[in-house]
Design a protein around this ligand. Sequence first.
Ligand code: CA
Length: 200
Amino acid sequence: MATFLAVSLRMTKLWRVILGLVAVAGALQARGTPANRAAIERYFDRFLVKGLQNCSLCHLPSDKKDPETLEEFPHNPFGDALRRAGKELRAAGKKREMAARLEMVGGADSDGDGIDNLSEILLGHNPGDAKDRPSAEELKTLAGRREEFAVFLKSYRWEPYGVVRRPEVPKNKDEGGRMKDESDDEYQIPKPATLSPRNS
Ligand SMILES: [Ca+2]
């Protein structure tokens, strides 16, 4: 009986832990997929100003304290464009990586304020809010900022969760695309010169 009680007690504790984990997972999902937010911050790195490192980059303000669904915490036009880009990638059988999605929507002007999404983000303005638009002064710095970001994108980026791919082994082909074999001239072992008697 005592053993039964001890097992029951352990099971109850286990269930509490499981229910706790489920609740935490639900809350995280409701708060606008922190994984996406982290991926955006990783993609832009130092180019994402503090003011854009929050849910408002992709979501409309919500008066709900703990929103649980997308209906309760809807996307702004930029967040919606990212969501649609993800759907497109999935439909094409590709991975829904945030970097690819950001590249797809970077040139669009999701909030319709006349400045494309990437330029707005690089200048510290919200690409999903038409009322938040770079000033004429800020726009003068855009070319330099975009250039800096392009250099940064080309630099080595540590992708802790990316799959490491082995580079393709180069094929040993000559210019005609033919595999080299031992009948090629350069593979021929030079025959020893025929010895001839000196001064003959
Ligand atoms: Ca804007």
